[in-house]
Write a protein that binds this ligand. Structure first.
Ligand SMILES: [Zn+2]
Length: 103
C-alpha cells in the first residue's frame, strides 16, 4: 500500500509541518511536483501530508502553476513579437510593418 510505504519513508512525519502523523489524522498523498506541470506519478514525486497541510500545499501549487503558465505565455508572446518590427509609442508597442519572415 502506498500510504504505508510513504509513512515509513518519511519516518512517520508530515513533510510540510514536520509533525508526526497520529492515528486520528487524515493523511493524503500529494504530488511534490504537481502533475499539471509535468510531475510524475512515481514514489520519488509522492509525499504524505495531513489533509490540512495538503490544502496549504495545493494552494501554493496553484500559485506555482499560474506562474508557470504565465511564463509560457510571456515566452510565446515574446516569440510572436520577434517576428514583427515595432516601436514603443507612449508605452504601447506599435507594429511598423509586415512580418520579417515574409520579406
Ligand atoms: Zn502536516
Amino acid at each position: 500500500m502506498r500510504v504505508a510505504r510513504l509513512i515509513k519513508f518519511q519516518k512517520g512525519q508530515c513533510n510540510l509541518c514536520g509533525l508526526y502523523f497520529r492515528e486520528e489524522d487524515v493523511v493524503e498523498i500529494d504530488h511534490i511536483i504537481p502533475k499539471a506541470i509535468g510531475g510524475k506519478d512515481s514514489y520519488d514525486n509522492l509525499q504524505l501530508l495531513h489533509r490540512h497541510c495538503h490544502d496549504v500545499k495545493t494552494f501554493e501549487d496553484m500559485i506555482h502553476i499560474n506562474q508557470h503558465e504565465h511564463r509560457k505565455f510571456l515566452q510565446k508572446l515574446h516569440k510572436e513579437w520577434e517576428k514583427v518590427d515595432y516601436k514603443w509609442v507612449d508605452d504601447v508597442p506599435v507594429v511598423l510593418g509586415e512580418s520579417r519572415c515574409k520579406r
